[in-house]
Design a protein around this ligand. Structure first.
Ligand code: ZN
Length: 258
């Protein structure tokens, strides 16, 4: 009785050995481990993430009245106070061409160095043609313009002493060594349009844009870049606000009060 059974087993073993290389007798995989007795901590359902509201831009983060603030708003109705204000941290921008070797406040100097380097990397050779001008310089500039062109004409393109943004140390006039030196056509040059496009990334705004003379009091000056910091510059850009007056809800300043 045992023999046939053994033979069968033997035959089965042989068959198995013959096919081992192919497949059939591969060992069973180990049984999966028994589930742990400790239950998994039940997970709280993941809340559906709500779109985080963009943090409100704080329009009061810096003073618009203090002449030492990077947000100071100077225009024909808002003279610097005091009118002979001079910044305390003037430094010379480094590694850039600076026609009259005028300084800037340190933060603006570092920013314009990066701005001009970025322009150069895109093939635009840009230089500074004016930066900080002190009160006494503005007096002599303005008086010279009045003597030459009359006060009405001078007021349209040159700030009266104490009203010039250049006196804040936060402003540069830029040029590309081309034919539009301090001219409206600078806006249409490759360098001028690149600078306007990328100013906000470096904390600058075109302070006297085209179409805003009734707000700013100045003809378009596509060469005049005002440093306000990247936060404000990018907020103005993203909200499509062209002027500081409009952004801060200030009265338009088309002319001097007197
Ligand atoms: Zn200027």
């Amino acid at each position: 009785m045992a023999r046939p059974h053994r033979r069968l087993l033997g035959a089965a073993a042989l068959a198995c050995a013959a096919t081992l290389a192919l497949s059939g007798c591969a060992p069973e995989p180990d049984p999966a481990p028994a589930p742990s007795a400790t239950p998994e901590p039940s997970r709280a359902p993941t809340p559906t993430p709500e779109a985080a509201p963009a943090p409100e831009f704080d329009r009061t983060a810096h003073s618009i009245d203090d002449p030492a603030s990077v947000w100071v708003v100077s225009n024909k109705l808002r003279p610097l106070d005091p009118v002979d204000f001079a910044p305390a941290d003037l430094v010379m921008p480094e590694g850039v061409e600076n026609e009259f070797a005028q300084p800037l406040r340190a933060e603006a100097a570092r920013a314009v160095e990066a701005f001009i380097a970025a322009a150069a990397a895109e093939g635009h050779g840009v230089r500074i043609i004016s930066a900080y001008r002190d009160y006494a310089t503005q007096v002599s500039l303005y008086d010279g313009y009045v003597a030459r062109d009359g006060q009405e004409a001078a007021d349209a393109y040159s700030a009266r002493p104490g009203h010039s943004e250049h006196q804040t140390g936060l402003v540069v006039d830029l040029d590309d060594h081309g034919d539009c030196y301090l001219a409206a056509c600078f806006a249409d040059t490759p360098a001028g349009s690149w600078l306007a496009e990328h100013a906000a990334e470096h904390g600058f705004i075109v302070r006297y844009p085209a179409g805003k003379q009734e707000v700013t009091g100045f003809m378009p000056e596509p060469w005049h870049f005002r440093y306000v910091g990247t936060g404000l510059a990018q907020e103005m850009r993203s909200t499509g606000t062209a002027t500081l007056e409009e952004f801060f809800g200030l009265p338009a300043a088309p002319g001097y009060a007197a």
